[in-house]
Write a protein that binds this ligand. Sequence first.
Ligand code: HEC
Length: 89
Amino acid sequence: MKNNILKILFVSLIIVFISIVVGCASNLSNSTKPGALLWGENCGRCHNVRPPSNLTDSEWDVAVLHMRTRANLTETDAEKIAAFLKAAN
Ligand code: HEC
């Protein structure tokens, strides 16, 4: 009987531990995602994803500024997306 309670406690502890590790890992990977991936994940949510060749560097600066607020992106993510678009246009 006592043994069973210990087992349940042990399993719960492991589950809590795994969720913490997975939670932290996914946060980390979000901030380390490259611009191309962030672009693919975010910029096709509301409209067709616009290819880098659509706009010039300065036009992308303006478009990403507008879309940053729409897509609710962090400054770092928006900068990475802009850098990717300007490198690939
Ligand atoms: C929440 C929805 C939403 C997301 C996410 C979004 N867009 Fe848009 N986008 C719009 C809407 C609505 C328009 C058209 C109206 C406008 O121009 O403001 C638009 C228009 C555009 C245009 C047309 C040119 C312009 O400035 O009007 C470009 C280019 C563009 N988006 C690029 C992007 C990029 C790059 C991303 C990713 C960072 C992105 N969009 C993410 C909603 C979104």
